[in-house]
Write a protein that binds this ligand. Structure first.
Ligand SMILES: [Zn+2]
Length: 70
C-alpha cells in the first residue's frame, strides 16, 4: 500500500523540481523593490532565491498545489 506513495514522494525528486524552479526564478527582477535581482541562496536552511538588494526570499519550499485559505 505504501510503496507507490513512497516512490512518488522521494526527497530527491522534490529537490529536482525545486532546483528547476529556482533556476527559472534566478535572475528575475525583484517584485519587492525596484532595482533588486533574484539570486540563489538559502533562506531558513532551505534553498531559495533571494533578492540581492533587499533580501526578500522568493521561494522557500516547493508546493505542487499551493492552497491559500485566507
Ligand atoms: Zn528586492
Amino acid at each position: 500500500m505504501w510503496s507507490d506513495d513512497m516512490a512518488s514522494s522521494q526527497p530527491s525528486r522534490s529537490d529536482e523540481s525545486e532546483g528547476q524552479l529556482l533556476s527559472l526564478l534566478e535572475g528575475r527582477t525583484c517584485p519587492a523593490c525596484s532595482d533588486g535581482e533574484l539570486e540563489r541562496g538559502v533562506y531558513k536552511d532551505k534553498r531559495a532565491v533571494v533578492c540581492d538588494t533587499c533580501g526578500t526570499p522568493r521561494v522557500q519550499v516547493w508546493h505542487p498545489a499551493p492552497v491559500r485559505s485566507s
